[in-house]
Design a protein. Structure first.
Length: 532
């Protein structure tokens, strides 16, 4: 019985508290239009302290000059587009009152400062952590001393560690701008921002470095020096990540070419178009899924990958059986023939899909980005890197653990001896060309997530792919991987200093000089035939 009475008393207390809060909110709304500007600023501040989500709507309307007063003194929010007025408290429709019956609730600079603080306070208490984090970042950029009280209240109530850290940094930036802040608080704020170490922290600390207070200026200058050092480190890390990302793309595009060029000695100028076919296969799969089974869109790339391998591989086998096998030993004619095939494939795709870029979407698990320190990593690039290593690992297993892989390596090392041992070299050539072409199709699946899918997609990577193969060592896939990542990282470190075009020229010149010293590349394929 006693427990029941306590429960009833608690429910009654909560009900009374809710009714009191509603009454306070209604009273504050009613008092908002009256009094002086100072009184209005005080009411705005009190509305921010209520934590009521309805207050955010009212205050934003006041900030946008959409808050009006009816003839009976009721504050309403007027929609400027339709002219309809809605009661701010209960949401009831008040119709379309005559324009001369509405009085504007006026604001001055003091009220605007109170509005910014109150809106920030209310947003910082949003139930959604993502919105609270966005509001905290906005507060960090604003660095408004009038928001210190709101930041303190939000920080005391915050349960998310990431949001709490950003709130503390926003408060530190506001403290540094406050003329009333004590010296120890400002020194603590400098330390907080120095730990953040990014451009927002630099913007907040730079004015303090010129402060008339020697201790503050010295601390801010030391903090800026630490930020410079941290930014140099993270800048190098970001360039390294960009280089790894580019290297994974180059490896996917080049590893198939390394197989065909190494085993068969064929310069396949249509390799880029096989990459393009993989990208268009992804586009077709996504179009079918959007039309027939939208719920499977998240699996679209998983479905498209094997199909792209089969489509590109089949086209590769047709090219080898129909054209290339008649031109073995004539590299110049093979180059011209495959270049003609590349033009035919481009035109076929233009006729089927049009010349414009096609829309290939990112599944949810490949969208967005995250931060590692001060380095931003996009999910699509990270998954492409993982995919590139997975393809490389499967290819190694095929070459090392399967009969066809053993035959490919035998033909690479000594074609005549392999033929005398009973290996059907023509069949091996066709399967090798199909395998390399299928991997090009997988590269197209990956590239569809980061590049424009158009008939010219393959042309953007064919030259770089040949450079990777020649630099790494024709026919050696370990050399292809090393060459791809070496060139990718070198390119990204050269771009900030030399620019994209000059950077590529310098890399090309470097490869030419390197090949003069090591004609077989980084890792030359060993065997009696290739060494002869």
């Amino acid at each position: 019985m006693t427990s029941l009475l306590r429960a009833l008393a608690l429910l009654l207390a909560l009900g009374c508290a809710g009714a009191a809060a509603a009454q306070d909110f209604a009273g504050l709304i009613a008092a908002l239009p009256g009094g002086s500007y100072a009184d209005r600023a005080k009411v705005v501040k009190d509305l921010g302290l209520t934590g009521d989500p309805r207050a955010l709507v009212v205050l934003r309307a006041l900030e946008a000059d959409d808050l009006k007063v009816l003839a009976d003194g009721t504050p309403v929010i007027v929609n400027d587009k339709t002219g309809a007025a809605v009661a701010a408290v209960d949401g009831s429709d008040r119709g379309t009152p005559a324009a001369d019956s509405l009085d504007r609730v006026k604001v001055n600079n003091a009220v605007r400062r109170a509005l910014r603080s109150a809106i920030g306070m209310l947003t910082l208490r949003d139930p959604d952590p993502a919105r609270r984090l966005a509001a905290a970042r906005d507060a960090l950029k604003a660095a408004d001393p009038d928001q210190i009280e709101a930041l303190d209240a939000a920080l005391a109530a915050e349960t998310d560690a990431g949001v709490a850290a950003t709130l503390a940094e926003a408060r530190a930036a506001a403290v540094l701008k406050s003329p009333d802040a004590a010296g120890p608080d400002q020194l603590a704020a400098i330390a907080t921002l120095a730990a953040r170490g990014d451009d927002a922290a630099r913007a907040a600390l730079t004015p303090v470095a010129a402060s008339a207070k020697p201790d503050l200026a010295k601390a801010a200058q030391a903090a800026l020096a630490r930020i410079d050092e941290a930014q140099r480190f993270w800048g190098l890390a970001q360039n390294l990540w960009y280089g790894l990302s580019l290297g994974s793309v180059l490896m996917l595009a080049a590893v198939g070419l390394a197989i065909t060029f190494g085993v068969m000695g064929v310069i396949n100028m249509a390799h880029g178009e096989l990459v393009m076919l993989g990208a268009y296969t992804t586009f077709v799969v996504q179009q079918v899924i959007r039309a027939e089974a939208p719920g499977l869109f998240g699996w679209s790339l998983v479905i498209a990958a094997p199909l792209a391998f089969v489509v590109a591989g089949a086209v590769g086998v047709v090219i080898e059986r129909g054209i290339v096998r008649h031109l073995y030993g004539r590299p110049l004619e093979t180059l011209l023939a495959t270049w003609g095939v590349s033009l035919m494939l481009q035109q076929a795709v233009r006729s089927a899909f049009g010349p414009d870029n096609r829309d290939v979407g990112n599944p949810g698990w490949m969208s967005g980005a995250f931060h590692l320190g001060q380095m931003q990593i996009t999910w699509n690039r990270l998954w492409i890197l993982v995919f590139a290593f997975a393809v490389f690992a499967v290819l190694l297993m095929v070459l090392k653990r399967t009969p066809i892989g053993l035959q490919m390596r035998a033909v690479t090392q000594n074609r005549a001896m392999a033929a005398n041992m009973g290996i059907r070299t023509g069949r091996v050539d066709a399967l090798t060309f199909g395998l390399g072409s299928g991997i090009a199709g997988l590269a197209g699946v990956a590239l569809s997530q980061i590049d424009n899918v158009s008939p010219n997609l393959g042309q953007n990577y064919i030259v770089d792919s040949f450079m990777v193969v020649v630099f790494g060592g024709a026919g050696n896939i370990w050399g292809t991987m090393a060459g791809a990542f070496t060139l990718g990282i070198a390119n990204k470190f050269l771009e900030p200093f030399a620019g994209a075009v000059l950077g590529k020229i310098l890399i090309l010149v470097g490869i030419i000089l390197f090949i003069q010293k090591r004609p077989r590349g980084l890792f030359a394929v060993k065997g009696r035939a290739v060494e002869a």
